[in-house]
Design a protein around this ligand. Structure first.
Ligand code: ZN
Ligand code: ZN
Length: 134
């Protein structure tokens, strides 16, 4: 079981089994939403994800249609949310406890990354989204 929570601990959740591999998104929206160089992202199946507490205190902000940020109303931390039209829950990997036994697979939106951050891990980089396999 993988567990995670927001900064204040009001929003707690658990994931049964594994999460997807991790990708780092360098787009300007993720940089603004996190205040950092990138967002560490992963997903899990919705039927293996469960909020344990704090779900009532989750607020959503929609930027452009499709970019939705869910956050804890008390501490402002981003929190997981169901991806519209899919069975997946979008995760904030930095918020998980312990070792999720996954590592970074690739970088996306490196075409708009912060100029002050250098990517040196040798993982694949994509200017925008990772192209879907043919
Ligand atoms: Zn919180
Ligand atoms: Zn992004």
């Amino acid at each position: 079981m993988i567990t995670g929570n927001c900064l204040c601990g009001d929003v707690r959740y658990e994931i049964e089994g594994r999460i997807s591999s991790i990708w780092l998104c360098h787009c300007s929206k993720c940089r603004r939403a996190t205040g950092s160089a990138f967002h560490a992202s992963a997903v899990c199946d919705g039927d293996r994800f469960r909020f344990c507490s704090g779900e009532d205190g989750i607020r959503e902000y929609e930027d452009t249609p499709g970019y939705v940020a869910a956050f804890c109303e008390r501490c402002g931390s981003p929190v997981p949310r169901q991806l519209r039209g899919t069975e997946f829950v979008f995760l904030h990997v930095g918020q998980l406890d312990g070792d999720p036994e996954r590592s970074v697979d690739h970088h996306i939106f490196t075409g708009s990354k912060a100029p002050w951050f250098e990517i040196c891990d040798g993982k694949p980089q994509f200017d925008e989204h990772k192209p879907r396999p043919e």
